[in-house]
Unconditional design. Structure first.
Lengths: 276, 257
């Protein structure tokens, strides 16, 4: 396997997947705890809709910047989507999953309709939804190198606040905690990590990093602090195994990492059942 | 002199534009033990959410004598509202109740940790501190949630259906615990329940609520046969047994003149 690591694109892919995995596996704990796993899928679609909108607007309005940097629109759309999804509709008594479902449907439809009208057509859409981690660019890697420590630091510093507002928001709100503000910060971090994750690794891998390690951690952990430790470990092992096996067996890297994460989840679940 | 800490005036409460309760006038007095009783779906939890500031009134006003933060509401939600998927221990759940006092970028500290241990001790679960919440019995889980509210050192303890799903013995023990906290700590207690027979033996003030009907006041004023007959649409027996208040529906005599 060591000869594979001598290949530059493999090292870059491994570094990118580790950085994305670290961020999303940690954030995924709150996603699993809040039972909003589809927020990852919804924000992925919002991000895709942002890129589609940038491509469409660049063509229709002749905005050169959007043509060269569609990711800027994806980032803006994802952050706006994250802010909208963070608002709990208190007056209409609508569950969070309902809001996320509406967001997913609207963003997916918008992305497809805009792509249908863009010059690139369906080819662009495939590129948006199934980005290849092996094709990660040095610029994307630099962005991830900057973003990852920011997300990790924010989660570490505000872990107890995120846990508090995720665990029982009504109790937190009743005791004077600004739940909306903490939700907004958590969702903003989610939006950033998802937007950059999709750009470098595609929607499938991003969604999987967000859900599978956190879920495995919660399923298997015996103590609270085991949850983040396990989630991160699962993401790291899945990334390394997935990338190396995909190169060796000449299979797509993203789905191979997902397969490794699923395999880890399955094994850990069996072990947890056997030792319960 | 006693003063109201929460006041509702002409309040219409509900979701969207649909009011569950209308024309609600209510004062919650400092140091009171207030019971809110009514059938399932009567609007008890809606009233509670409005008092806690979790829901704005559709019409009228809900006001507090002081900023809500200084009143420190220790809210004990229904046990089912707590997700047991996370492997948190009893002490960690209680610590979460303390977080609002700690604030961001600060750790709990020795005082906070002692307050959490003390809260668990008050509910009689000191020896269960390191057990996982999901492994505790229903009654123990409810006590942990009360300890979580106590860790905030609240001035107002608010409990939403705390005895739901409990056996008779656990129910009695929990109510004695809450009554003790009220008597010893001078806490204002607001208790929501559909168990009229339980509540009337502990509270000082009573709210009877059933959508269109809303009665509030001192226990002896509100707890009358006439009021209960109007609330439950049936004649009731109201008396005492072994020193405890008892409310029972009267037998229907079909065909009797």
């Amino acid at each position: 396997m060591s000869e594979l690591l001598e290949l530059g694109f493999v090292r870059d892919a491994l570094a990118a997947s580790l950085l994305i995995g670290l961020m999303l596996s940690l954030l995924g704990i709150f996603v699993v705890l809040r039972r909003i796993v589809f927020v990852g899928a919804a924000l992925a679609q919002v991000s895709a809709a942002g890129v589609a909108l940038a491509i469409f607007a660049a063509e229709a309005l002749g905005i050169e910047f959007l043509h060269d940097h569609p990711e800027s629109m994806a980032l803006a759309a994802t952050l706006a989507g994250a802010a909208l999804l963070s608002v709990r509709p208190r007056k209409v008594n609508l569950p969070s999953e309902g809001v996320i479902g509406v967001g997913y449907a609207v963003a997916s439809t918008l992305a497809i309709l805009l792509i249908a009208r863009s010059p690139g057509g369906e080819g662009d859409s495939l590129l948006l939804f199934y980005g290849n981690i092996l094709a990660v660019t040095p610029k994307e890697l630099r962005e991830l190198l900057f973003l990852c420590p920011v997300v990790l630091a924010a989660v570490s510093l505000f872990y107890k606040e995120f846990l508090l507002v995720s665990f029982n928001p009504d109790s937190a709100r009743a005791s004077g905690v600004r739940v909306g503000l903490w939700n907004l910060l958590l969702y903003a971090l989610l939006g950033l990590a998802i937007a950059f994750g999709i750009r470098a690794a595609g929607a499938l891998l991003t969604f999987s990093y967000l859900v599978l390690p956190g879920l495995a951690g919660v399923l298997v952990a015996r103590k609270t602090w085991h949850v983040p430790a396990l989630a991160i470990a699962i993401a790291v092992v899945g990334s390394v195994a997935g990338i190396l096996l995909s190169v060796r067996w000449d299979l797509p890297s993203g789905p191979m990492i997902v397969a490794a994460l699923v395999a880890e989840l399955g094994v850990l679940w069996l072990v947890a059942r056997a030792t319960a | 002199m006693r003063r109201p800490i929460i006041s509702l005036r002409g309040a219409a409460l509900g979701y969207g534009r649909r009011a569950v309760l209308r024309n609600v006038d209510l004062d919650v007095w400092d140091g009171d033990f207030l019971g809110i009783v009514g059938p399932n779906g009567a609007g008890k939890s809606t009233l509670l959410k409005a008092m806690l500031g979790l829901m704005a009134p559709i019409a009228g006003t809900v006001s507090c004598a002081e900023p809500r933060r200084s009143l420190r509401f220790g809210y004990v939600p229904q046990r089912e509202a707590i997700d047991t998927v996370f492997p948190v221990t009893a002490l960690e759940i209680v610590a979460m109740g303390r977080y609002p006092r700690v604030g961001p970028l600060r750790s709990m500290g020795a005082v906070g940790r002692a307050a959490c241990r003390d809260a668990l001790d008050k509910v009689g679960l000191a020896e269960h501190a390191d057990r996982r919440f999901r492994d505790l019995s229903g009654g123990q889980q409810q006590r942990v949630l009360i300890a979580r509210a106590l860790a905030l050192e609240p001035r107002v303890l608010v409990l939403d259906e705390p005895t739901n799903g409990m056996d008779l013995e656990s129910e009695h023990a929990l109510m004695e615990l809450v009554a003790g906290l009220h008597a010893r700590g001078g806490l204002t207690v607001i208790l929501v329940s559909h168990l009229l027979n339980v509540v009337v033996n502990y509270v000082r003030s009573l709210v009877l609520v059933d959508r269109e009907r809303f009665l509030a006041g001192p226990l002896d004023t509100v707890l009358t046969r006439e009021n209960l007959r109007a609330l439950y649409d049936t004649d009731v027996f109201l008396g005492t047994l072994d020193g405890r208040r008892v409310v029972l529906p009267c037998r229907q005599h079909h065909g009797a003149p």
